[in-house]
Structures are given as structure tokens and as C-alpha cells.
Design a protein around this ligand. Structure first.
Ligand SMILES: Nc1nc2[nH]cnc2c(=O)[nH]1
Ligand SMILES: [Zn+2]
Length: 441
């Protein structure tokens, strides 16, 4: 066993429901055996109870549960930063041309490495991933996540209209390729499968039926898609599905909504759609950087909470601006502030919860990951800014651990991630470089 000694914070319960949800140990201990946390508390107590265990000293930084990114696109790493256009133009101009390259297995393998290392080096230990339209590229992604150990829920993206011909499939192929991928990868190591129609705009009823057939045959797979992101998209979906009451109903009528369904965005929601999501116990993956970059709109968090809809956080790379869940937390905070009375005043506890435990709940993995309680896997990221950095000065002088957490969300980046563990295995360790010095005259 290893006794980790660290300043740590976590949210074992939901801060939107419990005012004291943020738990912190300024000099904490986590006793880890075979990748699982056995005991969690103060270092002094754990040391007294286990005086002979090996101590690994992580003091000098903040240890947080690994981030859980509940909406991120594998084949969009290289299109991060396509600014200045709304969703449907962004897809045509940036995302889809790049995604069409994933029929090339060498390209798929190179980007799979860039993608997984981008997530892990940002402190993300679990991700719900939009895969590729190409089954081979999804297989390549799973090989890479298995090699590295990233906890991954991913699936082949399926569509049969309005994208570009090389990205279209048929309901029969969507079913047979999906089934083969599920049989190969779902439940293998830390991998799970998510049935993934791209969005109703690009999916006929036949494609949605093929998705439903897979979910019926494999009832414990996940479901993910996009919904209600952009007003032009919403209007097009309304015209394409005249029999549906609204956007959410296109998935609901197909039988695709349930406890393991995660719908990204949900910016433009009717009251009926929110109550349908609550009834089916699905999750909204909020992607604030993407919503800002693509001008999609303000996420109605207050209405989600009032309706009892689960909310988690996603980076939406590459409509989003990078893999940092700290940046997503900050952007979520900004947008809620800008909404004034219709926004929710988010505190550090909410940001940490949204980036960690909320994702575990969205994936129904909260018995296993999401916080540092005894019994959970040791999935953790140590944030320790480089020597001499501004962030180091800020964290070293924070008046409390909670203030340090707020500062980390405000100014922390990938550069501040020092070490990352998944299931007790260290998967990332920062290479230290020479300290940057101002050039003297
Ligand atoms: N942000 C975003 N929305 C989508 N809707 C359909 N496809 C996409 C995508 O790739 N990114
Ligand atoms: Zn997306």
C-alpha cells in the first residue's frame, strides 16, 4: 500500500444540493492499495493507523480527483481554433474536412496519440468521446486508450445525410459496425461503448432506429449525441422531424434516452424538453468554451437545476478551445455571471464538482470514480505550477485551500499539471524544463 500525503479537495456530494459539499484536507492522506483508495482523511490519522506504510509526499501542490470530460471529439484535435463562424458553417469549413481524413489509418493513429496525450496531460482521466465516422479509426482510438489506460466511453459516429458523402453510412452498416465494436471493446479494460448518432440533423429515422437496436441488444452501453446547440440547427431539425414535438423528442421517440444518455449543449431548451430529460434521467454536457466560440448561446443552468436535470462539463474539442477542464469551469462561471439574475452564481465547489463527480454521475460511474472517498479508484491529478511562475506565487500565498482552488480555476493551465494517476497507475509526469527568466537589458 502507498500512503499519499497531499493537500487535496473533492466533492463527494453535489454542491447544488449540499452547502458543505466541498471537502478539503490541508495535510491529507490517501491510503491506496491496488489502485483503490482504502482510507481517506488527515495524514496524521492515517499515519498513526498505518505507521509502516510507504509515504509518497505530494505536498506543495493541490491534488484533485481526475477530471471527467463528458463531451470531446477525437478527430477534431487539429481543428481547435476555427473561430469566427457559427456551428453549421464551422462543421463545413473546419470539422468535416478534417474528419474525412480518418479513413486513412496512419492519420487516425497519429491523432489518437495526440488526443489521448492531450487529455491526460490536462488532468483528464475519464472521457466520453465522440469517435470517428470510420469504424477502423474508432478501433484505433480504443487501442490507444487501452495502451495508455485512459478511462474511455466512446463510439463510432453515425450519420446518413447532410454532411459529406464519405462520412455517410446506412442503418445496416451503422448496426453491424457498431455491434462489432461493442463486442470487441465494451467492458474491455477501462473501455466502454457509446452509441453515437452525430445529431438528428444528420441522422434519418432509420439511423436512429439502428442505434436503438444496438441499445436494446446491449442494454448497458451508453448513448451520446448533440442537441439544441444552435438556432439554425434547431429549426432544421424541426423541419426534418415533423412528427416530433421538439429536438429532444427526436431521440425520445426513438427510445434513445435513459440513465446513460448524455446530450451535449442543450442551450435552446423548451420546458418540455427539460422535463423529458429529467424524466429519463439523462445528462446535459455543458460546453461553455464551445458555446462561446461558436456563438451558440448561454446555457440555461438555472432552468436545468430547477427541472432536476443532471449537468456535467465537456470541452467539446475542437468546437471548444482546448482540453483544459479548468478553462471550461472558468468559462461556465463567466457565462453564469454575465447572465445576471438568470444565471447561477457558481463557487469553487460547483466548478470542481462539474469537472469531476458530475461527470462520474453522468456516466453512472460514481460508485467507482469522481472523488477521493474510500472505495474509489485512485484517479488523481496533482496541480503544482512550475517554479517561478505567476501561478506558483498565487497558490503559495492563497489564504485558504478553497481560495487556492478558485485561483487554479481562474488561471491554471496544462502547464500546471505535474502528475496524473489512473487507477493508481501514474500515466503522466511533467518533464521539468529550465526556469524561464526575463531577458535582462
Ligand atoms: N459543437 C459541435 N456540434 C456538433 N453538432 C454536430 N456535430 C457537431 C460537432 O462536431 N461539434
Ligand atoms: Zn460536440
Amino acid at each position: 500500500m502507498t500512503l499519499y500525503r497531499a493537500t487535496f479537495l473533492h466533492t463527494p456530494v453535489n454542491p447544488f444540493h449540499h452547502s458543505d459539499a466541498l471537502k478539503r484536507e490541508d495535510d491529507g492522506g490517501l491510503l491506496v492499495q491496488n489502485g483503490q483508495i482504502r482510507e481517506s482523511g488527515s495524514f496524521a490519522d492515517l499515519k498513526a493507523a498505518h505507521p509502516t506504510e510507504t509515504v509518497e509526499d505530494l505536498r506543495g501542490g493541490l491534488l484533485l480527483p481526475g477530471f471527467i470530460d463528458t463531451h470531446v471529439h477525437y478527430p477534431q484535435v487539429r481543428v481547435i481554433g476555427g473561430l469566427g463562424v457559427p456551428l453549421l458553417d464551422w462543421l463545413d469549413k473546419y470539422a468535416l474536412p478534417e474528419e474525412a481524413r480518418f479513413g486513412d489509418s496512419a492519420h487516425a493513429a497519429t491523432v489518437a496519440r495526440e488526443f489521448v496525450s492531450g487529455l491526460i496531460s490536462s488532468g483528464t482521466t475519464t472521457a466520453l468521446v465522440f469517435g470517428s465516422h470510420f469504424a477502423n479509426a474508432v478501433d484505433t482510438l480504443f487501442q490507444e486508450t487501452e495502451r495508455v489506460g485512459l478511462r474511455t466511453v466512446a463510439g463510432q459516429v453515425v450519420s446518413d445525410r447532410m454532411l459529406r458523402p464519405e462520412l455517410h453510412t446506412t442503418p445496416e452498416r451503422a448496426y453491424s459496425e457498431g455491434k462489432a465494436l461493442i463486442e470487441k471493446w465494451h467492458g474491455k479494460g477501462e473501455n466502454r461503448y457509446a452509441v453515437t448518432p452525430r445529431f438528428s440533423l444528420s441522422a434519418s429515422e432509420g439511423i436512429l432506429e439502428a442505434c436503438a437496436a444496438l441499445m436494446k441488444e446491449f442494454p448497458d452501453v451508453h448513448f451520446t449525441s448533440h442537441s439544441n446547440e444552435n438556432l439554425k440547427e434547431v429549426e432544421t431539425v424541426r423541419q426534418l422531424f415533423p412528427k416530433s414535438r421538439d429536438y429532444i423528442d427526436t431521440y425520445e421517440q426513438a427510445g434513445l434516452l435513459g440513465r446513460r444518455s448524455v446530450l451535449a449543449h442543450n442551450v435552446h431548451m423548451t420546458g418540455r424538453e427539460l422535463s423529458a430529460m429529467a424524466t429519463h434521467s439523462c445528462t446535459s454536457a455543458h460546453c461553455p468554451c464551445s458555446n462561446s466560440a461558436l456563438g451558440s448561446g448561454f446555457f440555461p443552468l438555472k432552468r436545468h437545476l430547477a427541472a432536476g436535470v443532471r449537468v456535467s462539463l465537456g470541452t467539446d474539442v475542437g468546437g471548444g478551445t482546448g482540453f483544459s477542464m479548468l478553462k471550461e469551469g472558468l468559462q461556465a462561471y463567466f457565462m453564469q455571471q454575465l447572465l445576471g439574475d438568470s444565471g447561477v452564481a457558481l463557487e469553487p465547489s460547483h466548478l470542481l464538482y462539474l469537472a469531476t463527480r458530475a461527470g462520474a454521475e453522468a456516466l453512472e460511474m460514481d460508485g467507482q470514480i469522481g472523488d477521493f472517498s474510500a472505495g474509489k479508484a485512485f484517479d488523481a491529478s496533482l496541480f503544482q505550477p512550475p517554479e517561478g511562475s505567476t501561478m506558483q506565487a498565487v497558490l503559495n500565498n492563497a489564504h485558504s485551500t478553497e481560495r487556492a482552488l478558485a485561483s487554479l480555476f481562474a488561471g491554471g493551465t496544462q502547464a500546471d499539471v505535474k502528475r496524473v494517476w489512473i487507477g493508481g497507475k501514474e500515466v503522466f509526469s511533467r518533464r521539468e524544463t529550465a526556469q524561464a527568466e526575463p531577458v535582462s537589458a
